[in-house]
Design a binder for this molecule. Structure first.
Ligand SMILES: [Ca+2]
Ligand SMILES: [Ca+2]
Length: 210
């Protein structure tokens, strides 16, 4: 009889623990940015200050606009999206359609998007990076060559060839070229992954001072 009572008590405890667990996991958990993400977003801001004047503004995309106007790909198969589209997307993602944005405003807006509008923001960044891949694929072979990536990094004001190549060779490749999906997935990890323990190619590259 005593054993029976013990058994029942154990079952009741186990069931209530299970119920508590189920209730907890069923509750919506709000997404919160952590310090690691905020640190990465600050670096992202610095990376996008293309003309290196300390602030992101409409002056920055002008740099890559001028650069790519002199970089015609039509004889190689061409780009699959236009420079105008890339300028507009760049402004939407980095300026949130303002004319100038401080680092604090940028990080604050990204944080707000991350915490309140995550799926839409995630899809915007994924689409943005996919469009870049389509734009920089000068020979239209659906792979990104060393030359195509280095041209982009130069257009973005990152003129240290050794650092640029270090980034290029960090990606897993297919016969020396990078599938666009690899770049997109790694950039999404850079912007959205809170886990410091996971390797992050873009974070490492920015840390190394690309
Ligand atoms: Ca700037
Ligand atoms: Ca290519």
């Amino acid at each position: 009889m005593r054993m029976m009572v013990h058994l029942v008590v154990h079952i009741v405890i186990a069931l209530s623990l299970y119920a508590a667990l189920v209730t907890t996991s069923a509750e919506p958990t709000p997404r919160k940015a952590n310090r690691y993400l905020i640190e990465k977003w600050k670096k992202w801001y610095t990376f996008c200050d293309i003309n290196h004047d300390g602030v992101i503004s409409v002056g920055d995309p002008k740099h890559f606009e001028t650069f790519y106007k002199g970089n015609d790909c039509s004889r190689y198969g061409g780009r699959k999206t236009s420079l105008e589209t890339m300028v507009q997307l760049w402004k939407a993602v980095h300026l949130f359609n303002k004319t100038v944005i401080s680092q604090a405003e940028f990080v604050g807006t990204v944080k707000q998007q991350f915490e309140t509008n995550d799926a839409a923001f995630y899809n915007l960044i994924r689409m943005y990076m996919s469009e870049w891949s389509r734009f920089i694929d000068c020979n239209g072979n659906n792979l990104l060559s060393n030359d195509e990536v280095l041209t982009l990094l130069f257009a973005m004001g990152h003129n240290n060839t050794a650092k640029d190549e270090e980034l290029f060779f960090s990606f897993p490749d297919e016969n020396g070229e990078i599938p666009p999906a690899v770049v997109v997935a790694n950039f999404l990890r850079f912007v959205f992954d809170k886990d410091k323990a996971k390797p992050d190619i873009f974070k490492n590259s920015l840390d190394s001072g690309i």
